[in-house]
Design a protein around this ligand. Sequence first.
Ligand code: RP5
Length: 175
Amino acid sequence: MNESEQAQAPKVAILMGSKSDYTKIETAVSILKEFNVSHAVRVMSAHRSPDVVVDFTNDAASRGYKVILAAAGGAAHLAGVVAAHTQLPVVGIPVHGGAFFGADALLATVQMPGGVPVATVGVGSAGGKNAALFAIRILALSDSELAQKLDAYKEHERAKVVAADEQLQNELQGT
Ligand code: RP5
């Protein structure tokens, strides 16, 4: 891959074990779009299409990916299998649902054996959001424009809380 192809290639891959996961991790996609970070979104399963997972992951670094987000529910092995096949940073997103409401996915994703790291975020929509923000923080280490966007994002979040407090104080004084 030449330099201009590298520049245009997606930097973040969002993998999910089933298309049924998509609505639960859309927050990750929204954040990457908001920060204008190029990304690919793919369905591939550690159990149902393991060959696809291994093929994708083996080539991911050479195709320009910098971070992989891997979302799965239940017996969630996707992030771990991905981390076993690449040196790229892998963020696991345990998907809410099933008999244990995502607790099974959380434990399966977070309890990796030593030597094969998966940075695991929480279950639920905040998990997808934080996974994307974590990927952006990694990319921002070598991208000052992205670092500035992160600063602006943080300030915006702060301003929202301050405004909510002001509104609450006004409401309380009005009663
Ligand atoms: C996991 O099994 C997927 O990540 C999904 O969360 C769960 C259920 O998948 P479907 O049966 O809806 O395809 O592997």
